[in-house]
Design a protein around this ligand. Structure first.
Ligand code: GAR
Length: 316
């Protein structure tokens, strides 16, 4: 039951328990305060029950919400609870859905509107997350870009602790919903307002519904010079083993937009490195990681800010 709730909220385990604590503290405080207010107003067992009911409802509808925000802010969860309150107020018709809580709106913001609000980025990763870490580092305190979510399909993957350390929520995804359900699109768009997606070592194919939702706004990094050594089954060490086995003299990285086919979207950027005769898949992986860490964060930043731009020249 907890796991389901955590997935619905799209938060990391640590954040989930903090949220739980906020709800618990709010419930207890509201109950205690209601008792005090009842006594303060001189109500006792003989008081007319309708007044008591009004008071309790008032405390529940308004007091509870304010206390929830108070504890939420105190425990560093203001963003989550403010979003929760706006959603509630939206349902009651008090808050305009236009102000950002429209749970059915799947349209992305236009580049113009992005100039005023930070653009939310989701990083999808399956493994250690060293690239995710570098991107988070580069965009920390960025005025217009924000890594708002880590999406991970591997419980216990290194990228989850990187997210936790940086206080970034984690959305743990499951195969069934990703491939045969809504692909988590409503969570990405309505709950996290994700406008740009970065695949940094994410090993599942992206469902069409997500590709279509992020045209020119979803990019991937591949550890070889595409179109060579790409496609299904070509990931991580498999790529480096194939490059060495083929006796290639050079390899590199490719950053490209994501389309419906594995590793076939329009290229944005490539960088190269030599493959020496004594290189092993491990030493080559090391060189490739160094290239990725050097260029990927910068290319993410440039492409997120100019979603329709292609970086045609290869950087030196
Ligand atoms: C990176 O080398 C990335 O290019 C590769 O996975 C590694 C993830 O490393 N991606 C693919 O192979 C996708 N086909 P990281 O988890 O340390 O960032």
């Amino acid at each position: 039951m907890f796991k389901r709730l955590q997935q619905k909220w799209g938060v990391s385990t640590k954040q989930f328990w903090i949220l739980f604590l906020v709800f618990g503290l709010t419930g207890t405080t509201t109950a205690v305060l209601t008792r005090y207010v009842t006594a303060w107003l001189g109500m006792d067992t003989g008081s007319y029950w309708v007044w008591k009911l009004f008071l309790r409802l008032g405390m529940l509808v308004f007091g509870y919400q304010v206390i929830l925000l108070f504890y939420g802010a105190l425990l560093g969860q203001w963003a989550f609870f403010w979003k929760y309150e706006k959603k509630l107020l939206g349902k009651l018709g008090v808050w305009s859905l236009e102000s950002g809580v429209n749970t059915t709106d799947t349209k992305l913001q236009t580049p113009n509107s992005l100039l005023q609000t930070p653009l939310n980025i989701a990083i999808f990763a399956s493994g250690a997350g060293s690239n995710a870490g570098k991107i988070i580092q580069r965009l920390a305190n960025h005025s217009r870009l924000k890594v708002a979510l880590i999406v991970c399909n591997k419980p216990g993957a290194g990228v989850i602790s990187i997210a936790d350390k940086n206080n970034i929520p984690v959305l743990q995804i499951e195969k069934e919903r990703f491939f045969r359900g809504d692909a988590y699109l409503p969570v990405l768009q309505a709950s996290y307002h994700i406008q740009f997606v970065v695949l940094a070592g994410f090993l599942w194919k992206i469902p069409e519904v997500l590709v279509r939702a992020y045209p020119n706004r979803m990019i991937n990094i591949h550890p070889a010079l595409l179109p060579k050594y790409g496609g299904k089954g070509m990931y991580g060490m498999h790529v480096h083993e194939a490059v060495i086995a083929a006796g290639e003299k050079e390899s590199g990285i490719t950053i490209h937009y994501v389309n419906e086919k594995f590793d076939e979207g329009a290229p944005i950027f490539q960088a190269r490195c030599p493959v020496e005769p004594n290189d092993t898949p491990e030493t080559l992986a090391h060189k490739i990681h160094a290239l990725e860490h050097r260029y990927f964060p910068e290319v993410v930043e440039e492409t997120a800010l100019n979603p329709n731009n292609r970086i045609k020249e290869q950087k030196k």
